[in-house]
Design a protein around this ligand. Sequence first.
Ligand code: DX5
Ligand code: ZN
Length: 217
Amino acid sequence: DRSLKIAPSILSADFANFGEEIRAVEAEGADWIHVDVMDGHFVPNITFGPATCAAIRPHIKTVMDVHLMIAPVDPYIDAFAQAGADILTAHVEAGPHIHRTLQAIRAAGCKAGLALNPGTPAEAAAPLLDLVDLVCVMTVNPGFGGQKFLDMTAKITALREMIGDREIHIEIDGGVDPATAPLVRAAGADVLVAGSAVFRGGSVSDPAPYGENIRAI
Ligand code: DX5
Ligand code: ZN
């Protein structure tokens, strides 16, 4: 299914109100909910872990898309699977055994995603395509919301070609807004993560801007 899917990142939501924020963006048209897990080691920021994921799971009616910016990954896969993740995405840069990590994610019952940092070429995904359901192309260096979009169009095009007929989503993460979304869509992306561009201007008591922002992407 290559139809456009918008995945608001709760990194830009009110951390004291995840349940309400999730209900609000889903009511306003979010297709997936993107959950950014950061460890202060793989990336220079810390967010939350499996317990928070488990707590927000009952509030998500769509798809829980968990982006693991942690290293190592393997010791925590079962905990995030138990927390109810539908998709678990790990970074190719997070350790020497990404092949094993992707196998373990599927063995735990989740769909497997592979994320590529801006400095990592499309070719890094080539040996792994039979193990993944999603490739996440980072269009910022991971760690923070609200950063400037980095143009990875050539990488997206190369991945779309490499993927061919396989059922693999191409997800774009970082700096997606109404100006940059058409570029990545045209290059072949189908899932667009957006944090600041979705949550700006609204709140749980005034959620209409969330819907306007989603439709504008
Ligand atoms: C960045 C995260 C992104 C981030 C995107 O490290 O992986 O998901 O929340 O935020 P925006 O859309 O504001 O760039
Ligand atoms: Zn993310």
